[in-house]
Design a protein around this ligand. Structure first.
Ligand code: CAA
Length: 241
């Protein structure tokens, strides 16, 4: 049997990189999408021996084109991991329009732009696995993140609604909601703030990208067809839902 095809947005760095590596190790043919860092993409191609294709998830035309390209190179898409995300932190009373728009466009509109072109094929073929990366801060809120928290809470709502729409079609839709994970994104949090956050994590450390990737791979597996619409919380006990 041909191995299944997985697409991972933001798949060349951070959590996405770990997801691409894990899915590749599990036997998927993987296309990692990325927006700007050509060097990280090159390393991904070489080290993981996967496709790394440029796509801005905020641009719907980009998404439609890259999905067509993946399908022509690898075949129909079985697994979509909507991982691409950015932060632009500021308290709302100091936030500018750009910080709001960019985060919503990438973290929330990106979900629509990527999922809309693949959902029909998954339904027609009667099989699919969609995994959306949410965040602890979409669940509990965070000072300085009205934009990000709104987008990530939206990710969870999208996940539940689409799960209902596709349950009869063999397509599961789930969210994985990481806490603070040791990636570049978290490294940008001011050091004193990060120390305070770490002190609130019962496990006593940041998460590792590989720990998130294992959860994604679990939800991406064919054997797992009865979990849908759920949010798997992976935050070291920082926020219990
Ligand atoms: N709770 C309550 N009050 C807070 C606060 C908090 N968490 N943080 C700051 N304040 C208060 C300060 O004490 C200060 O009060 P006073 O004026 O009375 O002294 C006031 O707010 C202003 O503080 P700052 O001058 O520090 O505010 P700022 O506007 O310069 O910076 C910020 C605010 C940009 C939000 C900064 O605190 C920050 O970057 N915080 C980190 C936010 C965060 O956790 N982001 C996560 C990024 S990683 C990620 O998102 C991945 C994921 O999914 C988990």
């Amino acid at each position: 049997m041909m191995s299944k095809v997985a697409v991972v947005t933001g798949g060349t760095r951070g959590i996405g990189h770990a997801v691409s590596a894990k899915l590749k190790a599990d036997g998927f043919r993987v296309a990692a999408l990325y927006v700007g860092n050509d060097e990280a993409a090159r390393q991904c191609r070489e080290e993981l021996e996967i496709l790394a294709l440029k796509c801005d998830v905020a641009e719907s035309l980009d998404c439609r084109n890259v999905i067509r390209e993946v399908e022509s190179l690898l075949g129909p898409i079985d697994v979509l991991v909507n991982n691409a995300g950015i932060t632009h932190d500021a308290a709302l009373h100091k936030m500018d329009d750009n910080a709001w728009d960019q985060v919503i466009r990438v973290d929330l509109n990106g979900l629509y732009n990527m999922t809309r072109p693949v959902i029909g094929g998954m339904r027609d073929r009667g099989y699919g696995r969609i995994i959306n990366i949410a965040s602890i801060n979409g669940q509990k809120g965070q000072f300085g993140q009205t934009n990000y928290a709104a987008a990530k809470a939206g990710v969870i709502g999208f996940t539940k609604a689409l799960a209902l729409e596709t349950a009869r079609k063999g397509v599961t839709v789930n969210a994985v909601s990481p806490g603070y994970v040791d990636t570049e994104m978290v490294a940008h949090v001011p050091a004193d703030v990060l120390e305070q956050i770490k002190a609130q994590i019962p496990v006593g450390r940041l998460g590792r990208a590989e720990e998130i990737a294992r959860c994604v791979a679990f939800l991406a597996s064919e054997e797992q067809g009865f979990i849908t619409g759920s949010t798997l919380t992976v935050n070291g006990g920082q926020y219990l839902v």
